[in-house]
Design a binder for this molecule. Structure first.
Ligand SMILES: NC(=O)c1ccc[n+]([C@@H]2O[C@H](COP(=O)([O-])OP(=O)(O)OC[C@H]3O[C@@H](n4cnc5c(N)ncnc54)[C@H](OP(=O)(O)O)[C@@H]3O)[C@@H](O)[C@H]2O)c1
Length: 297
């Protein structure tokens, strides 16, 4: 394996999903570390949203349109990729992007994968394996991030918390699930793309606590100064309320993740994230306090 090549002072980084809930957090983290961001977006009408986050260039393209990726990759030093959730061709899309990046002479590729990609009970996890393998074979410098369940998913439930006084997810209130603030993941991604310290690393990224929903509802009650009850609606009721942008098959895969949480919870360890950041990972308590303060304003 080649040594990590020194990172250019202001690399130009192509960010896939730059207008999305998660990759959108990587854009400002990169800009803060001196990178120039080119946002890969499908809908030109969303260009202003990407620019608002700090992107200085826009490439209109689609992961299913290879020529658009070839154009987007011109003059790029680094790529950040997060695959769309629960789509049947997720692996193929990621592998194609790796190939195009390699052909374009991209130096560094950061892939936001998932915790436990080898968990064969979860097809949306194993879908990451071909992309990771393509990176191992690519000759490019890579960093693979394997984050736990995102704190930011809770934002989707926040309206119900405020209106009904309940926090529901379709698995038992006592199941313990490891989570992580995607802003911490974004910080690690930005570090990986602007510094060679994380070169050729694969990193499981988790917050410290592994709370169940009863404990999370208690944090919500404390932050809001009123009682929030933890509930466990059935998947159909929950999905309808959440208005997920998913078709039936995508919902089936998500229900499968929740069934796994019901049976086994979800483990994870914070040591790596703590070590990379040089500080404790952001806590769920602080995240919930932020949501509560936003509701006040
Ligand atoms: N949610 C969690 O707790 C969690 C935890 C660990 C790992 N993950 C993984 O993280 C990933 C995040 O999924 P998400 O979809 O929920 O995130 P998201 O933030 O909604 O990102 C999806 C982004 O990808 C873009 N996109 C979708 N299809 C595209 C295409 N064909 N070409 C170009 N861009 C495309 C979307 O663009 P538009 O703006 O144009 O729609 C959107 O900006 C999944 O792979 C999931 O397995 C999730």
């Amino acid at each position: 394996m080649s040594q990590a090549t020194p990172t250019r002072p202001s690399p130009t980084v192509l960010v896939v999903g730059a207008t999305g809930r998660f990759a959108g957090l990587v854009v400002p983290a990169l800009v803060e570390r001196g990178a120039r961001v080119r946002a890969l977006i499908r809908n030109p009408e969303r260009a202003s949203s990407a620019r608002h986050r700090g992107a200085s260039e826009i490439a209109i393209g689609d992961l299913r349109d290879r020529p658009s990726l070839v154009r987007a990759m011109e003059g790029i030093d680094g790529v950040f990729h997060i695959g769309p959730a629960f789509v049947p061709d997720e692996a193929e899309l990621g592998v194609t992007l790796v190939e195009v990046a390699k052909q374009a002479g991209v130096r560094k590729f950061v892939f936001s994968s998932v915790i436990q990609p080898t968990n064969t009970q979860l097809p949306n996890h194993t879908a990451k394996i071909p992309v990771e393998t393509a990176l191992f074979r690519s000759g490019m410098e890579y960093t693979i991030l394997q984050p736990a369940n995102f704190f930011q998913n809770i934002e989707g439930a926040w309206r119900t918390v405020m209106t009904d006084g309940t926090f529901g997810e379709p698995f038992p209130v006592t199941s313990r699930v490891t989570r992580v603030d995607y802003r911490d993941v974004a910080e690690v991604a930005a570090l990986a793309l602007t510094d060679d310290r994380l070169a050729y690393g694969t990193f499981e990224l988790c917050a410290t606590e592994k709370l169940n929903r009863k404990e999370i509802a208690t944090l919500m009650s404390q932050a809001l100064g009123r009682r929030i009850e933890a509930t466990a609606p059935d998947f159909e009721t929950w999905a309808e309320r959440a208005a997920l942008p998913y078709d039936r098959e995508q919902q089936r895969l998500l229900a499968n993740v929740h069934a796994h949480y019901a049976d086994h919870g979800s483990g994870g360890n914070d040591l790596v994230l703590r070590s990379i950041l040089g500080r404790p990972p952001r806590s769920l308590k602080a995240y919930i306090q932020e949501l509560a303060q936003r509701a006040d304003t």
